[in-house]
Write a protein that binds this ligand. Structure first.
Ligand code: ADP
Ligand code: MG
Length: 297
């Protein structure tokens, strides 16, 4: 269990990237969903002990993360948003080197670890190739391989699916799902489906604050009977925005499907089973509201 209590972070210059974040993150896959600028990477780096928060405390099991960062590092696997390590050495050599850094000094031990990871991440066939020549999906799988060295109990992956094509993304998510239920895996993303498909628990982060926390299925259930849909023409979108509480819209076959949140059926709309996307966009709309009200005042 990872416990964050009252974690805030203010960057020099005054940006409050995290604002009183309190979360209990159990074992298994945990989705941290939020738009650009929400504070996801700041939170990931803070948990990974790469930067100290301005306020708050973090515990992982018995470890006081801020007081004993080196203890956490022994059991941490981290894939940053911008991994940026694409050297001209082979995947095998690089993993072997990183295993040395992680303290796996015995040659035979290291061989076993490196070979297992290359197979697990489906990189065995390209183990002799330079990482610099890898595709986006291969790089991300290499990123997971290096994060898994030394059997970490806390694994943090920051926006790993951004920029992957659908097939690579599926392959990558399958790999994450297979890591196991006995470790804490935190997946940050701005893609709702990453969380919906994979995570038994999740939080929505926006404006540095936890806006929502829970099990996706329960959160979806909470919108039952309140989401309505209508297909409209492009030029009507602004009218509808003015007169309805639109939570999302998407293009479909040249027209626009709008979803509206309402306790009663709006004229001309039909009931639709809400999804996690509706939960997410409703939450973001709610999060923006106090800010807008404060601006108007
Ligand atoms: P996300 O990963 O969700 O996109 P970030 O944690 O990267 O969000 O950023 C949160 C906020 O903090 C943004 O407003 C961003 O501009 C700001 N920020 C991030 N890193 C820095 C930094 N090193 N210095 C100053 N501001 C930063
Ligand atoms: Mg980020």
């Amino acid at each position: 269990m990872l416990e964050l209590t009252g974690v805030s972070h203010v960057y020099p210059g005054g940006t409050r990237a995290l604002d009183d974040v309190t979360l209990s993150i159990p074992r298994g896959m945990y989705g941290l969903l939020g738009p650009n600028g929400a504070g996801k990477s700041t939170l990931m780096r803070t948990i990974a002990t790469l930067q100290a928060p301005t306020e708050g405390s973090i515990r992982f099991g018995d470890i006081d993360v801020l007081a004993e960062p080196e203890k956490l590092c022994e059991t941490l696997g981290y894939l940053p948003q911008d991994f940026g390590v694409y050297p001209r050495v082979s995947a095998y050599q690089m993993l072997d080197h990183m295993a040395v850094l992680k303290g796996i000094s015995g040659k035979a031990d290291r061989k076993a670890v490196v070979e297992t990871l290359l197979e697990q991440t489906n990189l065995w066939g390209v183990r002799g190739k330079a990482i610099a020549g890898f595709s986006g999906g291969m790089r991300q799988r290499f990123g997971i391989a290096q994060a898994l060295i030394g059997n970490p109990e806390l694994i943090i992956v920051d926006e790993p699916t951004a920029g992957l094509d659908p097939e690579e993304r599926n392959r990558f998510l399958n790999l994450l799902a297979g890591i196991g239920e006995n470790v804490v895996v935190i997946l940050s993303t701005h893609i709702v489906d990453d969380v919906a498909d994979l995570c038994p628990r999740m939080a929505v982060l926006a404006g540095g604050r936890v806006q929502l926390e829970g099990a996706p299925r329960e959160l979806i259930e909470s919108t039952r009977g309140r989401v309505w849909q209508r297909t409209i023409d492009h030029d009507r979108l602004d009218d509808y925005k003015a007169s309805h509480e639109i939570i999302s819209h998407r293009f479909f076959a040249g027209r626009i499907i709008v979803h509206v949140l309402s306790d009663e059926r709006p004229e001309g709309f039909e009931a639709v089973q809400g999804g996690l996307e509706d939960v997410y966009f409703t939450t973001l709309a709610d999060a923006r509201r106090p800010a807008a009200a404060a601006q108007a005042a």
